[in-house]
Design a binder for this molecule. Structure first.
Ligand code: GLA
Length: 388
């Protein structure tokens, strides 16, 4: 283990093949993504894991019971692909499942956990996403995640364990103790505003459970997909979002401490997509070393606002606050934040100097309250510094 950056200290950042490509994956795609991580600045921004999701293997294990990479999709084999990714200073991730089969019907790791963990270590895998399909009914999911966690922690290689049970069985109550570094808390995201909104609202009261070494994973990002997926459920028949909605999505995932796993085809990312995914001010909030969850405040007057209009406040290591003003409703709203509500009484004489994390500019110094008007489906995220 690298003592300088222990696994899972901050939310993982990377790319995952599923949202856009599903079964249509191959080694060239992975290499292209690794190349782009370097040339387009993703690595410099903090993205490091390149993860192959479901559909990478053959439908049967080999004569020794080992998983086999599909030789048509991955003719050079997984070790060579991991070497390619590592040579760029990046990390390589793969996917398996608690059950007898993966969700797409490939072999799962049930009763092969220790064997598969060793194989992943041999291949140079640094990250394992572990799904929840085809779990035998007589066994608890909790036990299955404990088992694979143990296998990974003893396989001879640092492998970040990304549990993916979609929030079943009140996962937040037991997952940290199991040893997983991140845990999917929701069903699958779709490239649609309603999905982003619903996933967010479902996790607002779970922020007290997320934090260093075990992060609440609200699913891979749909930023930049614009409906482009070969999965009807995720995107192609669903339609995509506007750039402002993607910006709000990225802001929510950043401030709520979710891993930031890109799900679009970065080979064709437009400038708006890159500006969102590479927003260093938002990434700094997400990666803040103390890894605190955000707390929610209702804007004043409280009776006036519905639950989809709220502010999130994240306490940062250096004493600053990240404050997101989120308007997930369908009409423009004024979101009035009284500084009293974040622990700053007027009598203290202290003001807040606000910096806009999307426009990348100072907004000025405010005393007692700040009341931005936020368009529908939009947000304002500021970094607030206390000043006398
Ligand atoms: C589940 C997961 C998805 C993806 C697919 C693969 O639905 O939640 O993120 O991994 O399986 O089949």
């Amino acid at each position: 283990m690298n003592p300088n950056k222990p696994l899972g200290l901050t939310p993982s950042m990377g790319w995952n093949s599923w949202n856009t490509f599903t079964w249509d994956i191959n080694e060239q795609l992975v290499r292209d993504v690794a190349d782009l991580f370097i040339s387009e600045g993703y690595k410099d921004a903090g993205y490091e894991y390149i993860v192959i999701d479901d559909c990478w293997s053959l439908k049967e294990r080999d004569e020794n019971g080992n998983l086999k990479a599909d030789p048509i999709k991955f003719p050079s084999g997984m070790r060579a692909l991991a070497d390619y990714v590592h040579a760029k200073g990046l990390k390589f991730g793969m996917y398996s499942c608690v059950g007898t089969h993966t969700c797409a019907g490939y072999p799962g790791s049930f009763e092969h956990e220790f064997q598969d963990a060793l194989l992943f270590a041999e291949w140079g895998v640094d990250f394992l996403k572990y799904d929840f399909c085809f779990k035998p009914r007589h066994i608890s999911g909790e036990l299955m995640y404990k088992r694979m966690s143990l296998a990974l922690k003893n396989c001879g290689r640092d492998i970040l364990f990304s549990a993916c049970n979609w929030g079943e069985d009140n996962v937040y109550q037991w997952i940290r103790e199991s040893g997983a570094h991140m845990y999917r808390s929701t069903g699958d995201i779709q490239d649609h505003w309603d999905s982003i909104k619903n996933l967010t609202l479902s996790q607002l009261d779970k922020e007290c459970y997320t934090g260093s070494f075990c992060h609440n994973d609200m699913d891979m990002l749909v930023v930049g997909m614009y409906g482009g997926s070969n999965n009807d459920f995720i995107g192609s028949k669903i339609g995509g979002c506007s750039d402002n909605e993607y910006k709000t999505h990225f802001s929510l995932w950043s401030i709520m401490g979710s891993p930031l796993m890109i799900g679009c085809d970065i080979r064709n990312a437009n400038q708006a997509t890159k500006d969102i995914l590479l927003n260093h001010d938002l990434i700094a909030i997400n990666q803040d070393i103390e890894g605190r969850g955000a707390y929610r405040i209702k804007p004043e007057p409280q009776w006036f606002h519905s639950d989809d209009v709220f502010m999130l406040v994240k306490v940062l290591t250096n004493g600053d606050l990240a404050i997101g003003f989120f308007n997930l409703s369908d009409s423009q709203r004024e979101l009035s934040l009284q500084f009293w509500d974040i622990g700053l009484p007027y009598a203290s004489g202290i003001s807040l100097s606000l910096y806009d994390c999307w426009e990348h500019k100072e907004l000025g110094v405010y005393k007692e309250r700040f009341s931005p008007v936020v368009p529908a489906h939009d947000c304002l995220v500021v970094r607030a510094k206390l000043v006398n």
